[in-house]
Design a protein around this ligand. Sequence first.
Ligand code: SAH
Length: 264
Amino acid sequence: MSTATKYGTVWFVGAGPGDPDLITVKGRGLVERAGAILYAGSLVSEAAMRWAPASCDIADSKDMTLEQMSAWLIERAARHEVVLRLQTGDPALYGTLIELVQPLDAAGIPVAVVPGVSSAMASAAAAVESFTLPEVTQTTIFTRVEGRTPMPAGESLRELAAHRCTLCIFLSITLLQKVEVGLREAGWPDDAPVLVVHKASWPGEERIVRGTLATIKQRCREAGIVSQAMVIASPTLGARGWPELAKSRLYDASFTHRFRKASA
Ligand code: SAH
């Protein structure tokens, strides 16, 4: 950049859940143009970096504090037109987006976000499951159980699970005991289906474990799954094999909507 006061843009780019092919076309285009990339080392597949130019200044943020990450991004934005913060899944979910944007705003650096395929969606895809089904549930909650980050009032799993909707539980594979307790307290039965997907979409590494509220902990222990996993509890799980399915009203012949007149 020509002057020290003119900054490039810092792009927060969702790299997707692991399969390098699941970054968006826009995200990939930015990787190809990036002067500098700060990536989230623990989860973002390094393969996503295969499109970065040879001259690109690339760093792994896994051993950095938030302050060090901000300082890194600010310094690079003074030298490059396109600077990327590449993060796993979608940047809007558990990604310290706001914590990193605030110091950039304070420094007067332009910021933009490119969404990514969240691991929640990749997990549903891996298992061929739908989070919503007509007359079963029309709601999905993205949550976690309490670890070191406290849960705000009203957001305990017991309270959320009382809705009997789909629950995508992030960051909780080592806390399956708490998941089990929360669901039980909300009245979910022993045989409620629970799905765990480890490394959803990672080529050759994805694993799917199916169980019930009563068995999932043991199944995951047997499979040795202790990290990078999505826990999904939902009344829709396994619907692919149900003999009777309430069809979506949108495709019902008696239902008029914007694109079609009812025939009956
Ligand atoms: N922003 C990310 C979530 C980051 S939090 C997203 O949208 O997916 C990290 C948590 O995401 C992990 O603890 C795990 O629960 C989940 N996760 C990330 N990648 C995953 C993958 N490929 N398969 C299953 N779960 C994954």
